[in-house]
Design a protein around this ligand. Structure first.
Ligand code: ZN
Length: 370
């Protein structure tokens, strides 16, 4: 079985839909937490179930090195290994590898492991093979992700190689019950974005990743590149904006017709005592919260907010209790999932602009805080 995507409601370019695979269905827009090494840091797969996570991302780069894709396969695949029976998506490993200044040629990429310095080779075919061993429901083609800003010839080469590698990945992909998404590159150049999107669509995939954004460009550059990409993607296939998950980015991208997101932001911030709230972010270590009996976000209905105060959670962070990172991570993920759920409802009810205005008012001034 391949992937089915049913669009249930549209409002402007925004859409609410449902993705169905061999494993079952999940709703879109959908935010996937990042389970880097087979676990979202500080959480278990049982926690993610309780949070209502429907789709989880795992990083091929880390899992191919530790414990090894063959080990995961021998243990029954990533779902069984992680104790997770909902949807899983694996990336190709390319994003991490390209951050290591690897040797790239037309055939693939050679890099050194951040674990032990050993040399490894990733090609489009090998990335497919590794992800077939891991056995996620959705896998991603290996792409070339240039840093931004990059000169035009670097972006051109990345677009050409990404298209060639996408075609090779598609030819190599065999595993039943698993689908392969292509990836669009093109930097922040709208013409290159449109070309890369058309070439990826020509190869033909059940879904499309939009890569190479949220890597240091301005918000305006990201949105114009995103709009140029989406304009060339078919309406009846899911679109996945890779690496975006801040509140303003989520709202803007949903409004442009994006369906899937992943981002380390909510979990990374949570480990560092930064809390997502309806009034923007707060830094819990600030002395102002020492005697604050309110929940992290008074408007949040998550289990952390129903039970503990800012003062208590601040105390745990100040004394370095391990539970501190875990509890704020739980809240930040619940908060992000609730925002995406509200956006879905807003698409159905035609209220996207109202949610956008609310998020803008709380978050726009702090957007560049990083
Ligand atoms: Zn909460």
């Amino acid at each position: 079985m391949t992937l089915r995507f049913d669009v249930e409601a549209t409002r402007g370019q925004a859409r609410a839909g449902e993705v169905t695979t061999a494993r079952g269905s999940f709703s879109t827009p959908c935010f996937m937490p990042v389970g880097t090494r087979g676990s979202v840091r500080t959480l278990s797969s049982a926690d993610l179930e309780d949070l209502g996570v429907e789709l989880l991302l795992a990083n091929t780069y880390h899992l191919m090195l530790r414990p090894g894709a063959d080990v995961v396969a021998q243990l029954g695949g990533l779902h069984r290994f992680c104790g997770w029976d909902r949807h899983l998506l694996t990336d190709s490993g390319g994003f991490q590898v390209f951050s290591l200044e690897p040797e790239v040629d037309d055939d693939g990429v050679t890099f050194r492991s951040t674990y032990d310095g050993s040399r490894h080779r990733l090609t489009p075919e090998r990335a497919v093979e590794l992800q077939e061993l891991l056995g996620a429901d959705i896998q991603m083609a290996l792409d070339v992700c240039p840093p931004l800003p990059s000169p035009p010839e670097v972006v051109r080469l990345a677009v050409d190689r990404t298209a060639a590698w996408g075609a090779r990945a598609r030819r190599a992909h065999r595993r039943e019950g698993q689908v392969l998404f292509g990836i669009v590159q093109g930097g922040v150049d709208e013409v290159m974005r449109a070309e890369s999107a058309r070439r990826t669509v020509d190869i033909g995939f059940p879904g499309y990743g939009i890569g190479g954004l949220s890597v240091g460009e301005s918000r305006a550059e990201m949105l114009s590149a995103l709009a140029a990409t989406v304009a060339e993607l078919p309406a009846d296939h899911p679109r996945y904006l890779m690496g975006v998950g801040d509140p303003v980015g989520l709202v803007e991208a949903v409004a442009l017709g994006v369906d899937l997101f992943d981002c380390v932001l909510p979990t990374r911030l949570g480990r560092h005592a930064t809390v997502l709230t309806c009034d923007g972010r707060i830094q819990l270590r600030n002395a102002a919260y020492r005697r604050d009996e309110r929940p992290l976000d008074p408007a949040c209905a998550c289990r952390v907010c129903l039970r503990w105060s800012r003062a208590y959670l601040r105390h745990l962070h100040m004394v370095g209790e391990p539970a501190a990172a875990r509890l704020v991570t739980l809240h930040n993920l619940a908060w992000t999932l609730a925002l995406v759920g509200r956006l879905r409802q807003a698409v159905v009810e035609g209220a996207v602009d109202a949610v956008r205005a609310e998020v803008d008012a709380a978050w726009r001034p702090g957007v560049e805080q990083g």
